[in-house]
Design a protein around this ligand. Structure first.
Ligand SMILES: [Zn+2]
Length: 243
């Protein structure tokens, strides 16, 4: 038991030493929010020690910020942050890189753990929220709008000519799922086909559709629970089976 106790003590690095090490690296970079990989290249202690002590890398940087404030040191959070203006294409390229790396739609934490060249908040501000930013990115990758396309597959009802029927035209409109509802479906399904997992973000030429689980023509409602994200292939497969 004594041995165990000593071991623990030996492995523990005091918080002051960790903060001093973070401070040393922050001063070298001349900004605070550096990535843990860069810290690992230059510091005398490992980034894992920082993560373990504070709970996460981000929390470690938070502690560093407080530590510097208490000392009256004022370092900028990020390099080149204030004056850099990114084009939409820059933003999409960086999202592409991180989305591929993470393998799915990145969460805020995943974004910040991926050494982002562009801040998460820049996307939120540019596109009016993270979900919208993801949508714009998916549309950029698809080369077209998900929301504007005819997201419900033609069924027998649709194959009737429209020209002589105002009623049918009204039906066409009433099945329309509102923009915000479609966005909710895509966001819930992480912008990928829930059958095969494909997404325009990671598979070129994948097209996403929003599909009624219980078909609209059979009384299926346009509500979140009855809607799902499918790729074109799976949607066609599904439709063929049902017909
Ligand atoms: Zn699919």
């Amino acid at each position: 038991m004594d041995f165990k106790f000593q071991r623990k003590r030996l492995n523990e690095i005091p918080e002051a030493k960790i903060l001093n090490e973070l401070e040393k690296i922050a001063k070298r970079f001349n900004y605070i929010e550096f990535a843990w990989r860069d810290f690992d290249k230059m510091a005398d202690i490992s980034a894992n020690t920082v993560k373990k002590h504070f709970g996460s890398w981000k929390k470690g940087l938070g502690a560093l910020k407080n530590h510097l404030q208490q000392k009256g040191l004022d370092l900028s959070p990020r390099p080149h942050a204030p004056n850099r203006i990114h084009s939409d294409k820059d933003l999409f390229n960086e999202m592409d890189r991180i989305w591929q790396k993470v393998g799915q739609r990145p969460s805020r934490t995943e974004w910040e753990m991926s050494d982002p060249q562009i801040a998460y908040n820049t996307y939120k501000q540019r596109f009016g929220g993270w979900t919208n930013a993801c949508l714009k990115f998916i549309e950029y990758k698809m080369g077209g709008s998900i929301l504007a396309e005819d997201f419900v597959l033609p069924n027998q009802e649709d194959q009737k000519p429209l020209k002589d029927s105002k009623v049918e035209y009204k039906q066409e409109i009433s099945r329309n799922v509102s923009l915000s509802l479609r966005l909710q479906v895509l966001s819930r399904d992480n912008f990928r086909c829930i059958f095969c997992g494909k997404s325009p973000a990671t598979n070129l030429e994948t097209k996403l559709h929003i599909d009624h689980i219980n078909p609209f023509s059979k009384g299926g409602k346009s509500i979140l629970e009855n809607l799902q994200t499918l790729c074109e292939e799976c949607n066609l497969g599904k439709s063929n089976k049902k017909i």
